[in-house]
Design a protein around this ligand. Structure first.
Ligand SMILES: [Mg+2]
Length: 310
């Protein structure tokens, strides 16, 4: 199993950025040695800080799929397409920040948009609710630019202008983001999954958790998509087979939904086979999981899968 997760509003609460309620599931994931791949609009520096706080050293996807980072000697993996940068292997997928800023400068006045590159640390801190030290980390960008717009009715025109410059707009929990046209969380998840499968020589069950529109491409790529509600209990409109609706927003919903998934996964694993070599074990158990989940989802969803509840 590999778990991909969004951070803001998903593993981290929307308002206080706390992950305290997710500690039981985090502990269990670690003891099961399941890779937890953060897939976020945050920057490399922000994710590194969060990983350090959580005591994790896992691959991660930054800036909405703009780039992938693997720890240098992660599980003995060979990643030919990566380049070494400061203690990590990087696979840049997005277009460089400089090109996005150049577009911002051209379009900024016309569409009344302002990006992080136009703001002071204090402004970013205020808009994000982050302490100013973390705001500084959010401003060290490599692939994308979060922005605010005065008049949302201008978005379609801005979108057209961006498209012509090889850029598109995606929406996160707090900001719009300018990002390379070919980039999204889904493409990055596909890439990371391929690296795992290539190195392990087997396929595995992929879980994904997210709360916002920019998470949809990620949820579409995984076997077990989990949707976290917004702080007001509302769910993003998503129509995916087998979609699990987490029962609570933020870290509490993250924890509860994953605990249920891990229960089922462990059950399937323990009965799948006992003493086979790793390759066959993984292969059989992933086929098992898929069948098990398809069946359970159809007949008796173990956790609330009715979005109208909220
Ligand atoms: Mg989010």
């Amino acid at each position: 199993m590999i778990i991909f997760t969004d951070l803001d509003g998903t593993l981290l609460n929307h308002w206080d950025y706390s992950y305290r309620n997710a500690l039981p599931a985090l502990k269990r994931i670690r003891s099961m040695r399941i890779p937890l791949v953060m897939c976020t609009s945050k920057t490399r520096r922000e994710v590194e800080l969060i990983q350090r706080t959580m005591g994790l050293a896992e691959p991660f996807i930054v800036e909405n799929g703009g780039g992938i980072f693997f720890p240098s000697s992660y599980r003995g993996f060979r990643i030919e397409e990566s380049m070494g940068v400061r203690g990590a292997k990087c696979i840049p997928l997005g277009i460089p920040y400089g090109r996005i800023r150049a577009f911002m400068k051209r379009a900024g006045a016309r569409y009344s948009i302002r990006g992080f590159g136009d703001m002071t640390e204090d402004e970013v801190a205020e808009l994000t609710g982050l302490p100013s030290e973390s705001a500084a980390s959010a401003m060290v960008r490599e692939f994308t630019e979060p922005f605010i717009i005065d008049d949302e009715e201008q978005l379609p025109d801005l979108e057209k202008a961006a498209y012509a410059a090889g850029i598109k707009i995606t929406r996160g929990g707090r900001f719009y983001h300018l990002i390379g046209r070919g980039n999204d969380k889904g493409e990055a998840v596909k890439h990371v999954t391929a690296i795992f499968e290539r190195n392990r020589k087997t396929s595995t069950v992929i879980v994904g958790l997210g709360d916002s529109r920019n998470d949809l491409p990620m949820l579409e790529q995984v076997d077990i998509p989990i949707l976290i509600p917004h702080p007001d209990g509302r769910y993003e409109k998503v129509n995916l087979p087998g979609l699990i609706h987490a029962p609570f927003p933020g870290s509490r919903g993250w924890n509860d939904a994953l605990m249920t998934v891990l229960d089922r996964y462990e059950k399937a694993h323990s009965s799948a086979c006992k003493f086979t070599e790793l390759h066959r074990f993984e292969k059989r158990s992933s086929a098992w999981d898929r069948r098990l989940f398809a069946k359970r989802q159809k007949h008796a969803p173990a956790i609330d899968s009715n979005p109208s509840r909220a």
